[in-house]
Design a binder for this molecule. Sequence first.
Ligand SMILES: [Zn+2]
Length: 116
Amino acid sequence: MNNESDLMGQRLTVLLHSLQATQVSASDAARTVELDQSRVGRLSRMDALQAQAMSLESNRRREARIRNIRSALARIERGEYGDCIECGEPVDPRRLQADPAAALCIACAEVSGASG
Ligand SMILES: [Zn+2]
């Protein structure tokens, strides 16, 4: 493992931990919404359901992000970090600076329409 991917590994681990921390508080928020529903009127219940849907959606995105980061950490361990998982070409280092979990080179990311 070279110093650069070691550094990226540290960044990814920090990211992973902070995402996992918000994951817990987000599910707490969803629970709070459920409790509120029993003692509020219909209109507020709609608001509560909407808030819950949004919270579930952001949880879903966070889970996808966590999977992304975990797979980047696994690639570091295998010594494959920094290579595009589609075409195997090196991913632009500036891209990795912006998103250490980036799995695709810019060309493949454009084809797949994914941001990372
Ligand atoms: Zn590629």
